[in-house]
Design a protein around this ligand. Structure first.
Ligand SMILES: [Zn+2]
Length: 140
């Protein structure tokens, strides 16, 4: 089997470099984004079963993004447990932040639209990484 033509980040510095690359591609260059691996137990706990989490301050274009390491991801969780897909997914949330709040009904807490948004973001993230790598997801 051919070796993949991409290298996934292992350090916070490499992760931050990959984030800069995607910030440019996703037109988020004007955001101040701190990206880091969720190595602290409290951070992993806060993320729950997801692969990553984003905490934006949209009015200020500042955000913190925590990404779980592959070994910390529980099996059988829906989605694509790839660091770069998770990073792109979390960065796309910055564009969709207003939608996140708009779609969650504060009284009924009905999550239907929220999950539709999640699926749209996840599929977009996978498609973008496939395009960048030139390799379909099944061959990663
Ligand atoms: Zn999400």
């Amino acid at each position: 089997m051919a070796r993949p033509k991409y290298k996934l980040p292992k350090t916070n510095q490499q992760l931050q470099r990959l984030a800069r690359e995607w910030q440019a591609r996703l037109r988020l260059r004007d955001w101040d984004i701190s990206v880091f691996f969720a190595d602290k137990e409290e951070t992993k706990k806060a993320i729950g079963p997801a692969f990553g989490a984003t905490r934006p301050a949209p009015g200020h274009k500042i955000a913190m993004v925590a990404i779980k390491r592959p070994e910390d991801i529980e099996p059988d969780v829906m989605g694509c447990p790839d660091i770069e897909v998770t990073l792109v997914h979390e960065l796309l949330h910055l564009h969709g932040d207003a939608f996140d709040h708009f779609f969650i009904d504060k009284e009924t807490k009905r999550p239907t639209e929220y999950f539709a948004l999640e699926a749209m973001i996840e599929l977009s993230a996978i498609a973008m990484v496939e395009l960048k790598r030139g390799i379909p997801r099944q061959q990663w």
